[in-house]
Design a protein. Structure first.
Length: 149
């Protein structure tokens, strides 16, 4: 029996080739349906992520606006004055760059000269390790207590 004869053979009133074509067509329909369903799910995921991105961008714009409001100079000046007791620098305290050298020279002249050290070995003998000092140090006296009346 040849292949063509087998394909032309009738089974339950249909030729075998027609049944095979119907099976292939059904498989193709199911494959396309599954692909479109998967693509729809991916589209939903993309839409959800895009809405999250939009919400985050809105939040970023709001936070930037809040930072701009919080960093306004007149607001910071008022808070520094109110809570820290600070004030803007008066104009009489401002100087130019050339005057900095004049101000720095007297401060350097007034600074005491460092005491001369003998030899590094002698210094090493007089310094005690911190653990030795803390272990042999006298205990601190207890703090005075208020009398109860």
């Amino acid at each position: 029996m040849s292949v063509f004869a087998m394909l032309n053979r009738r089974l339950v009133g249909f030729r075998v080739i027609e049944l095979m074509a119907a099976l292939v067509l059904t498989a193709m329909i199911l494959t396309v349906y599954m692909a479109k369903t998967g693509a729809g799910d991916k589209t939903d995921d993309i839409d959800r992520i895009e809405s999250q991105i939009q919400a985050e961008q809105t939040r970023i714009r709001l936070l930037k606006a809040e930072v701009a409001t919080e960093e306004q100079p007149h607001r910071l000046t008022a808070l520094a004055t109110q809570y820290l007791g600070l004030a803007p620098i008066a104009a009489k305290h401002e100087i130019d760059i050339d005057a900095l050298a004049d101000i720095a020279e007297p401060a350097v002249a007034k600074a005491p000269a460092p005491a001369p050290t003998s030899a590094p070995a002698a210094t090493a003998q007089t310094v005690q390790p911190a653990a030795y000092v803390s272990a042999n140090a006298a205990p601190a006296p207890p703090p005075p207590q208020a009398e109860d009346r």
